[in-house]
Design a protein around this ligand. Structure first.
Ligand code: NAD
Ligand code: TYD
Length: 336
């Protein structure tokens, strides 16, 4: 059995990872450490809660004493760090918690993992650390880091700290950098779930700026399969980019959602742009495809349809968010 500390496993990508991997592997014992911020939701893990190889612990990755206690108690030898403050707009409103969790929290995990001589430490990162592209080119693993938002700066800092633990102490660190994800259980502050839910409620769909910013979309299950491949087979000290080569302009996504739901494009509302808005992201995933044999298994068309249908069928999941104590986190509009 592998005792794996999964942090941030009650969030969007982490919960999908746990629900998926417990079906695939009976040699994984998952200890999920999550602070349950507004973005964490224990309901996402209903499918896994009774699995004998799964345990949930509420706590902060930044609490070094508590983290040490968990490593000791569960004989942790493997770490996958999903835990983060993850929303760019929120990092623009205030960056402190981003620094605390994404940088200092990761540092606590790294220091503790070093002391306990872990065999594998996978840091889940993002393509946003590379900055913004013009109309041509893609991010490869050797693209220099050039983060623009407080969120991406904090993620880049964590990446560099993690790599420094490999270079300095020979710690078995790996990093994945993925493009924009979509799928089940994504908190409706991010583009796709926000637009689906607003459209379902006949509310305006706020498109930042000219709507022509480009993101490279991947289904969360494909991301998680890539994560596990890197976790199992990746070379330590290395970075792996993950992306499904599906670039879309924001306005194209918004129109596609409206069309799928049979709603009018009159719901679209262009609003003031996000400050420092990165224009384009695109991932070159040649390395993981060539070295580890990964490729996406879902087409965009089938996965976006599954995703939209999931939000239609799981109204009770998102209704509690948009009408409950976390409704303030639902959508951010910049003042014009
Ligand atoms: P999310 O915001 O949905 O979930 C984050 C989870 O971390 C939540 O469950 C939250 O409660 C938990 N958390 C936050 N602070 C914590 C702390 N101090 N201690 C313990 N737990 C804490 O985020 P997500 O979209 O699932 O992203 C997961 C990871 O993947 C992040 O590291 C993010 O940077 C990275 N990533 C996300 C995307 C994307 O498109 N969403 C793309 C590439 C990489
Ligand atoms: P988001 O889902 O926040 O991901 P990221 O900024 O990390 O790529 O945003 C995706 C794109 O959608 C980004 O260009 C900003 C844009 N966007 C809007 O136009 N309106 C919105 O309400 C949101 C949340 C995002």
């Amino acid at each position: 059995m592998k005792n794996i500390l999964v942090t941030g496993g009650a969030g969007f990508i982490g919960s999908n990872y746990i629900n998926h991997i417990l079906d695939e592997r009976d040699d994984y014992n998952i200890i999920n450490l999550d602070k349950l911020t507004y973005a964490g939701n224990i309901e996402n893990l209903k499918k896994s809660e009774s699995n004998k190889n799964y345990q949930f612990i509420k706590g902060d990755i930044g609490n070094s004493e508590f983290v040490r206690f968990i490593f000791e108690k569960y004989k942790i030898k493997h770490v996958i760090n999903f835990a983060a403050e993850s929303h760019v707009d929120r990092s623009i409103l205030g960056s402190e918690i981003f620094f605390r969790t994404n940088v200092l929290g990761t540092n606590v995990l790294l220091e503790t993992a070093r002391r306990f001589e872990v065999e594998r430490f996978l840091q889940i990162s993002t393509d946003e650390v590379y900055g913004s592209l013009g109309e041509e080119g893609k991010f490869s693993e050797i693209t220099p880091l050039s983060p623009n938002s407080p969120y991406s700066s904090s993620k880049a800092s964590a990446d560099m700290m993690a790599l420094s633990f490999y270079h300095t102490y020979g710690m078995p660190v790996l990093i994945t950098r993925c493009s924009n994800n979509y799928g089940t259980f994504q908190f409706p502050e991010k583009l796709i779930p926000l637009m689906i839910i607003n459209a379902l409620n006949d509310k305006k769909l706020p498109v930042y700026g000219d709507g022509l910013n480009v993101r490279d979309w991947i289904y969360v299950i494909d991301h998680n399969k890539a994560i596990n491949l890197v976790f199992e087979k990746g070379n330590i000290g290395e970075v792996y980019n993950i992306g499904a080569s599906r670039e879309m302009k924001n306005i194209e996504i918004v129109k596609l959602i409206l069309k799928h739901l049979g709603k009018s494009e009159e719901l679209i509302q262009y609003v003031k742009d996000r400050p420092g808005h990165d224009r384009r992201y695109a991932i070159d995933s040649t390395k993981i495809q060539t070295n580890l044999g990964w490729k996406p298994s879902f087409t965009f068309e089938e996965a976006i349809t599954k995703t939209i249908d999931w939000y239609i069928e799981n109204k009770q999941w998102w209704e509690r968010i948009i009408s409950g104590e976390y409704r303030q986190y639902y959508s951010i509009q910049y003042k014009s």
